[in-house]
Design a protein around this ligand. Structure first.
Ligand code: ZN
Length: 149
């Protein structure tokens, strides 16, 4: 059973057996998967980490960071491609205390979480192909580990 936080109201929702892209929040009625990265603040970030049973990928970025802005369309395209398999979040480094807590020294930084725990990290600008390869590999490792549990 997949569980995620609602992009709009951060409420935990269980996603049923049907098409996840049609699933809606039981509280606010918004779609649970939009195919786009979600801009999060500290509390929304914490909610997604706590409530998501799928991997959560966060892009730590800032407006003044050129490589971050170059990376944005790549990240958005990956969000659409991975759909309901991975939750894509964007965390503005200037509007949160999380980067320091996460040990982020340079941006852009991508951090992949599962069950609230960091499982992979990648710093610096990546191409779409690099991002796809890195994320696919990380997810594959994760599902192998789950199957052996
Ligand atoms: Zn909602």
């Amino acid at each position: 059973m997949t569980q995620v936080a609602c992009p709009a109201c951060n409420t935990g929702n269980r996603v049923g057996a049907g098409d996840p892209n049609a699933a809606k929040c039981g509280r606010c009625g918004e779609k649970l998967f939009t195919g786009a990265p979600i801009d999060v603040d500290d509390s929304a970030f914490a909610a997604h980490l706590k409530l998501s049973s799928i991997p959560v990928l966060v892009d730590v970025w800032a407006q003044w960071c050129g490589p971050c802005r170059m990376m944005a369309p790549t990240f958005a395209a990956a969000a659409e491609q991975f759909g309901s398999r991975v939750r894509f979040l964007k965390l503005n480094a200037d509007q949160t205390s999380a980067p320091g807590q996460l040990g982020v020294r340079g941006i852009p930084a991508l951090i992949l979480f599962h069950n609230g725990r960091e499982i992979a990290r990648q710093a610096g600008l990546m191409s779409g192909a690099q991002l796809d390869a890195w994320l696919s590999q990380a997810i594959r490792t994760l599902s192998i580990a789950e199957n052996h549990r």
